[in-house]
Design a binder for this molecule. Structure first.
Ligand code: ZN
Ligand code: ZN
Length: 145
């Protein structure tokens, strides 16, 4: 009888330890997920300016002028396309956009400095509300194109 009690107690202890281990593991993975989510959203907020590489936080935007191109169907009606494509002129962020910005703007394509009256030219793709901007060049390297 005495031996049985010891065995039972041992079994309960092993069982409890097992539960604790599982709980702790779940806690860790939940915490890890939370931290991953947090760092992901931080990454979203901190984006470098494509022209001067200054890390921008929320609210600091790169000044752009978007030229939307709505494709026109054969019957003349405009239908919203699945992937919206637009041309973008990028003037820079608050740190590099002339005349206030004093950081020099470098074209990501030709690596030359963009002059005060110049800008970067990009193509923007929009799909399901997600924007993707691809820089094509600047007023220096895309001249006449
Ligand atoms: Zn900038
Ligand atoms: Zn360029």
């Amino acid at each position: 009888m005495y031996v049985l009690v010891i065995v039972l107690t041992a079994a309960i202890i092993v069982y409890l330890l097992h539960i604790m281990k599982r709980l702790r593991k779940n806690d860790y993975s939940a915490l890890a997920n939370r931290m991953a989510r947090r760092s992901r959203s931080t990454l979203k907020v901190l984006k470098p300016c494509p022209l001067c590489r200054t890390m921008l936080s929320r609210g600091e935007r790169v000044h752009t002028v978007v030229f939307s191109r709505q494709p026109v169907a054969a019957d003349g009606s405009t239908r919203p396309p699945k992937i919206k494509e637009s041309m973008v002129h990028m003037f820079g962020c608050p740190y590099c956009r002339p005349p206030e910005g004093n950081q020099s703007r470098t074209c990501p394509v030709c690596k030359r400095e963009i002059r005060g009256d110049g800008y970067a030219i990009a193509r923007m793709f929009e799909r399901n509300g997600r924007k993707h901007v691809h820089v094509l060049g600047c007023t220096e390297c895309r001249h006449g194109r």
